[in-house]
Design a protein around this ligand. Structure first.
Ligand SMILES: Cc1ncc(COP(=O)(O)O)c(C=O)c1O
Length: 379
């Protein structure tokens, strides 16, 4: 019997166990231990961000961003409709009004050409999502944000170490959020981080993460006691999670190389099959160096997409779809979302499927997936 090929499989590289043991031995399991510091130092060095804070998820990093921007009821925040729900809910939690923008038909990223018409006197922020780890058109987005004095918060859940015109994703906005969820290139199960590109926000971000106290300043010897000084919550992961994360970060080059080669194999093998059958493959602009986070197909119709999912599933391959456009979701509709509001998102979401892509996907399994895809009976 042939084995199943899952959609995703968390991969460990060996040092995770050793580092977890070391964290346990050190007896410091809360969020400011040795491994947390090692991860944040490494991430600061690799991204060039003035400060990185580890968080329990990308969602929590986005929630921190909303608090740091002082989003209050009535403020408007522009997000792409085609994204994960917490890109929007992080801002809605503060009472912000979510304004849904459509996506580009090529990269499926926030379409910067729609921004001007969505901006009102109440707009406070734009949240580009680097879908699949391919950069949004950050030159245009940054220029529009500057013209209208808006903050940019990058949802870079999928794009760590990807680049746009030679600059790392996550370094364009005042703040950006990364995910280390188990489906991501680099993972510790559940985790994330906040990149703070505006040094003026660092002190408050540390307080927010430290449950509203100036505990970090106390440990640095800057104050003689620590106390409640601002809004706060508990957004820092245990040092155990950081121990796993450090082992993964140390393997980043091998991970990226593996994903790049698997991604390219899908693209090369399926290109002419796609052209002949009206199936669209991911588009990579020449000025974007992606993180190769995911590989998708857009089938000619929702029926064919569902049939392809069944065909792969029945043959032991775990393919999945994602993102009901947020303006059509239960919550989005309650916020006023309506059919036809974001036509590209609506035209794509029910035709898209994601093929297996994970750090240990081996060649033989990938060839089986490719073979099955190409044997899909269109008629
Ligand atoms: C674009 C996007 N934003 C946010 C998230 C949330 O990430 P997390 O699970 O780390 O909270 C995800 C997770 O898949 C995502 O893809």
């Amino acid at each position: 019997m042939v084995s199943k090929i899952p959609f995703n499989k968390p991969a460990f590289f060996g040092k995770e166990f050793q580092y977890v043991q070391q964290a346990l031995d050190a007896g410091h399991l809360s969020s400011s231990g040795r491994f947390t510091r090692a991860c944040t130092n490494l991430l600061e060095q690799l991204t060039g961000a003035p400060r990185v804070l580890l968080t329990t998820s990308c969602t929590h990093a986005l929630e921190m961003a909303a608090i740091l921007l002082n989003i209050v009821p009535g403020d408007e925040v522009i997000v792409p409709s085609y994204t994960f729900p917490t890109t929007a809910s992080a801002f809605a939690l503060r009472g912000g009004k979510v304004v849904f923008a459509d996506i580009r038909p090529d990269t499926l990223n926030l379409d910067e050409r729609h921004l001007e018409k969505l901006i009102t006197p109440k707009t406070r922020a734009i949240v580009p999502v680097h879908y699949a780890g391919v950069g949004c058109e950050m030159d245009a987005i940054t220029a529009i944000a500057t013209t209208h004095s808006l903050a940019v918060v990058e949802d870079n859940a999928q794009g760590l170490f990807g680049q746009y015109r030679g600059q790392q994703l996550g370094r364009f906005g005042v703040l950006s959020a990364v995910s280390f969820h188990e489906t991501k290139n680099i993972s510790c199960g559940e985790g994330g981080c906040l990149l703070i590109n505006d040094p003026g926000l660092i002190e408050r971000a540390e307080i927010l993460l430290e449950k509203g106290t100036n505990r970090r300043a106390f440990f640095r010897g800057e104050v003689d006691k620590y106390t409640w000084v601002d809004l706060g919550s508990s957004y820092g992961p245990s040092d155990l999670m950081a121990a796993i994360l450090l082992a993964q970060l140390e393997e980043r080059q091998a991970i990226l190389a593996r994903r790049r080669s698997r991604w390219r194999r899908y693209a090369d093998a399926l290109r002419s099959w796609g052209e002949n059958n009206g199936v669209t493959l991911p588009y990579l602009p020449a000025h974007c160096d992606p993180s190769y986070h995911l590989f998708y197909l857009v089938l000619p119709s929702p029926e064919l997409r569902d049939a392809m999912l069944r065909h792969l599933g029945e043959n032991g391959v775990g393919a999945v779809f994602h993102y009901v456009p947020l303006h059509l979701s239960q919550v989005g509709r309650a916020m006023g979302g309506r059919d036809g509001q974001c036509p590209v998102s609506e035209a794509v979401y029910n035709r898209l499927l994601r093929l297996p892509l994970y750090n240990t996907l081996d060649e033989a399994d990938q060839e089986r997936v490719i073979d099955l895809v190409m044997r899909f009976p269109f008629a």
